[in-house]
Write a protein that binds this ligand. Structure first.
Ligand code: 5AD
Ligand code: SF4
Length: 499
């Protein structure tokens, strides 16, 4: 019997921006096959879980999500349940053991095949598995070819906002940090041809996109060779900079050893490039860095940081740290504390080490830091970072910043009462240094770049008000600390919960 409605797909995404983008692409492809998106698992014909393996916690999240839909499968055995992405690439067998009702297991390099594989499950009722070759299964070229760079169909409804999009410029990773599963779940590092990327950005801008975030595991290692010419990340950015309608270009995540001067000069010189660099340090202790196989010392990292700040004045830098890595003593942990204290990062993402089967660290070193110690170190490092974030945010008070308005603040969104475009609501957006700003304005401002006078700050959020041109002219733009001049000071109305 023919169904009365279009087939529906439900998707849950765990993990990094790369996964968010993969989910957009999978949904884009399924829409082309007649599917529509639903946010209700019970109504879905196809339920997809796009997964992350970077830490055990992320994997457990997926297994509990799968546990929650088990009863649906009992009631609707025709529903197709699929596990996509990193866990699928890494643990095909385990997934089928722990959740035998899963019909589809598709690795990161095979996502283009999802619509076809779903159709095969529906036609045959047989489970389908599609994964790429393991790094040791064949020669490099063959393994590379099995990770299919897949960026065909964009789906605006799946983007963070209609005017912001992720663009993959590179797949995989060749760094092999000893703790990390990514080189095996996402395969060898491969850069996409610049022409493909420029075309995609043009297409996105035609669809109304104003900001693109270029994605790669080590995005600043981007290099594409064509004959005797090579395109570096700085060239790639320069080549898209003048696309009319494109307003902002970001890129994440950077590898400290590949932070070249040509890239920093491009960040400084090109006005559309966001003055924000995410450059994970992972540890401040040389011995730990060596065991992590990061290929740099703490002193090298600090020199690189100084170079970033010298070549791009005013740049905001953020970092990642892992605490409780194998053999991390109290003394080595204190070196990370010292680095966080002196580096004055805008923010840091701090993770407790999670042993991952198949990595060199799991093979070579004991996961010997007890969980309570990891937890305590995580809190201690976060406390030092939070103090720096507070200082960094306070230093923004009195400035006028350019903000791309992303939408209602979380608080305003929670209220969820429909309001007219002209009603004043609390809005949020980001500055050119990636600071989050909350301010009042009409919904018409969403998607626009506005200037906001920063009046107050918490460790994570700036609070301000939109300034008119008259006021901007009378004030110091983007400079200086202290009390704002040239715009009316309002009482501290923003004593709101953190947004
Ligand atoms: N355990 C904890 N954190 C990890 N990361 C990567 N692998 C692990 C692991 N096994 C962190 C790193 C990386 C971020 C994305 O995740 O800090 O930069
Ligand atoms: Fe993992 Fe290191 Fe590659 Fe980053 S650079 S994805 S931490 S292996």
């Amino acid at each position: 019997m023919k169904k009365a409605h279009k087939p529906r797909v439900y998707i849950e995404t765990v993990g990094c921006q790369m996964n968010v983008l993969d989910s957009e692409l999978v949904i884009g492809a399924l829409r082309q096959h007649g599917y529509e998106l639903t946010d209700s698992p019970a109504e879905a014909d196809v339920l997809l879980f796009n997964t992350c393996s970077v830490r055990e916690h992320a994997e457990e999240k997926t297994y509990s999500a799968l546990g929650r839909v088990r009863h649906l499968k009992r009631r609707h055995p025709e529903a197709v349940i699929g596990v996509l992405g990193c866990m699928a690439q890494k643990d095909q067998e385990l997934i089928r053991q722990r959740a035998p009702y899963v019909d589809l297991v598709v690795g990161t390099g095979q996502l283009a095949a999802v619509p076809e594989l779903v159709a095969q499950v529906q036609a045959t009722r047989q489970p389908q598995i599609a994964v790429s070759l393991g790094r040791a299964d064949a020669g490099r070229e063959e393994v590379e070819a099995s990770f299919i760079s897949y960026d065909p169909v964009r789906d605006p409804s799946m983007r963070p906002t209609p005017f912001q999009a992720y663009v993959r410029i590179q797949i995989g990773c060749d760094k092999f940090c000893t703790y990390c599963v990514v080189p095996s779940t996402r395969g060898p590092e491969q850069s996409r041809p610049p022409q493909h990327i420029w075309n995609e950005v043009r297409q996105l801008v035609d669809q109304g996109c104003k900001e693109v975030t270029l994605l790669g595991q080590t995005v600043n290692s981007y290099f594409y060779r064509q004959g005797d010419r090579g395109t570096r990340l700085s060239d790639l950015i320069a080549g898209m900079h003048d696309i009319r309608g494109l307003e902002r270009i970001k890129f994440v995540t950077n590898y400290p050893k590949d932070m070249t001067d040509d890239l920093l000069d491009a960040v400084r010189a090109l006005p559309k490039v966001v003055k924000y660099l995410h450059v994970p340090a992972q540890s401040g202790c040389d011995e730990v860095l060596r065991r992590m196989k990061r290929n740099y010392t703490a002193a090298y990292y600090m020199d690189m940081l100084a170079r970033c700040r010298e070549r791009v004045p005013g740049v905001a830098v953020s970092s990642d740290f892992i605490v409780g890595f194998c053999g991390e003593t109290e003394e080595s942990f204190q070196k990370s504390v010292e680095m966080v204290r002196s580096a004055r990062f805008k923010n840091s993402f701090i993770f407790k080490y999670s042993e991952r089967a198949g990595t060199k660290a799991a093979e070579r070193y004991a996961d010997d830091v007890p969980e309570e110690v990891k937890k305590r170190r995580n809190n201690d490092l976060l406390a030092v970072q939070n103090e720096n974030s507070r200082l960094d945010h306070r230093a923004q008070v009195g400035r006028i910043v350019e903000v791309l308005v992303e939408g209602p603040s979380r608080m305003a969104a929670k209220m969820a009462t429909p309001v007219a475009d002209s009603t004043i609501v609390q809005l949020t957006g980001r500055t050119m240094t990636d600071h989050i700003v909350v301010f009042d304005g009409t919904r018409r401002l969403i998607g626009q770049i506005v200037r906001v006078a920063v009046e107050d700050a918490s460790p994570f959020t700036l609070y301000g008000m939109v300034v008119t041109d008259d006021v901007v002219n009378a004030a110091v733009v983007g400079e200086g600390e202290g009390s704002p001049q040239g715009w009316p000071r309002r009482p501290n109305r923003y004593s709101l919960p953190m947004v």
